[in-house]
Design a protein around this ligand. Sequence first.
Ligand code: TYD
Ligand code: MG
Length: 516
Amino acid sequence: MSIVQKRPQLDHDVVMDELGPWVCELVEGSKRSGRSESVKICAGIVAGLSQEPGDVGPRPYDGSPMAKAAAIQHACSECGYMTGKWLGKCPACGSWGTLVEERIAAVPKGAAQAAGRPLLRLVEVEAADAERIPTGVAELDRVLGGGLVPASLVLVSGDPGIGKSTLLLMALRSLSADRRVLLVTGEESAAQVKLRADRLGGGADVHILAETNLDEVCATLERERPDVCVIDSVQTLYAPELGSAPGSVGQVREAAGRMLRVSKELGIATFLVGHVTKDGNVAGPRVLEHLVDCVLHFEGDRYRSHRILRAVKNRFGSTNELGVFEMTGEGLEGVEDPSELFGRPQDDQPGSAVVCALEGTRPLLLEIQALVSPSDLAMPRRVATGVDPKRLSMIVAVLGRHAGVALGQADVFVNVAGGVRIDEPGADLGVALAIASAARGVQVREGLACFGEVGLTGRLRPASQAERRLAECVKLGFSAAIVPDGTESRGKMRLTAAETLRQAIQAGLDASGSTD
Ligand code: TYD
Ligand code: MG
């Protein structure tokens, strides 16, 4: 015990793990050769424990059980955290019951030492200007930043049944006209893919491989060398030598790592399909996200026909681009003018406002709906669909404190039309206006759009690229807009510049019905 007290920073479990085998050794030693062996082992224990945590020097007593590395590791299936022993709660991401056993392949003894490689200066690097491959699906090209980059690895993630396989089969179908393309399917049989292709109308030249063994897939890619390859899905691939089940953290990481190497070495542009778990993470490890060049997320309401494709990460373009699709009987159809779809208010009731948000380079008009109802709860509800809940809480607080719209006793629900999610601060004013309109029972003026960021002091901050947003409003027939003070416009819109949120609400709500 005195040893433990001398090192109060040691964790109890760590000390017990370390001491346990030593104590057994001590008992055995003293049985074997008496006092001298015991003294030697005790000296080893003290020297071992008195090493600083970072110390890597040799310990005086050799051959102890401590020297063995754990053959089995436990990995968190949510975040990839690794630990030697099983824990109920992951210390890194805090999720419960997500640690699963992973077998670590032994590193062969005497593995070749790397010799190092010559360096290059940046000026000596020859970079062929990557010529993009158009996928034939315009909305997908837009999200990729103008087409597929050769030798890139793209992860397409989304809920099961959202349309990932359909989207990629459509892309392969049009790519197959002038390139060699391969679909590796581990989820569906070749016959099922054929049926789907028939339904989509074509795709006769798409090569197909129904295989889940990673070695076989890599060997086939090396032999066939297609230009574009789709792996549907990365969770079905498995490397036999790892011994764990397909879809486990180690397998998914190995599969993505091997596909990365193969795609870069052979110059194959590769799409990996990845399913997401119920809380929206790419299933298994988030490790996939930093391995790949692009992460595209396919989302939308499964019960409605619209789907949004969003770049979460893109090494070759903007991450804010947005592709909008509609699922029809003949597959996915790109929606060229989503503002027309989402930005037309369905009815002229209080609680609806139109905002012009900017997603990447694309201005998008969206109808935001709000409902404010008296609450019996001690902590009234703030429910956001399509808006960040923290942002909603902030807007509700600013409305109460700086704009005279008290919501302390009311439940507030906000919904963005069409299942679209908006992360951009320029949409704040639309959310605030919809809530104020619902709270006061007064509708927003007809033909009015708005945009602007709401600050904590109740002031409005200008939003970026105002000119583009206003042009989109004009295109859809909006005649007036409320914008933050300082926004310039050369267009023919009637602009109301508001300095504060209070002014914007006064200008935006229909004065004829106002009770303010
Ligand atoms: P799918 O691409 O299989 O989804 P994922 O690969 O993401 O799991 O698409 C599944 C849904 O799309 C399915 O429920 C049926 C629907 N669908 C259509 O409505 N029309 C079509 O032409 C196709 C091919 C699918
Ligand atoms: Mg699928």
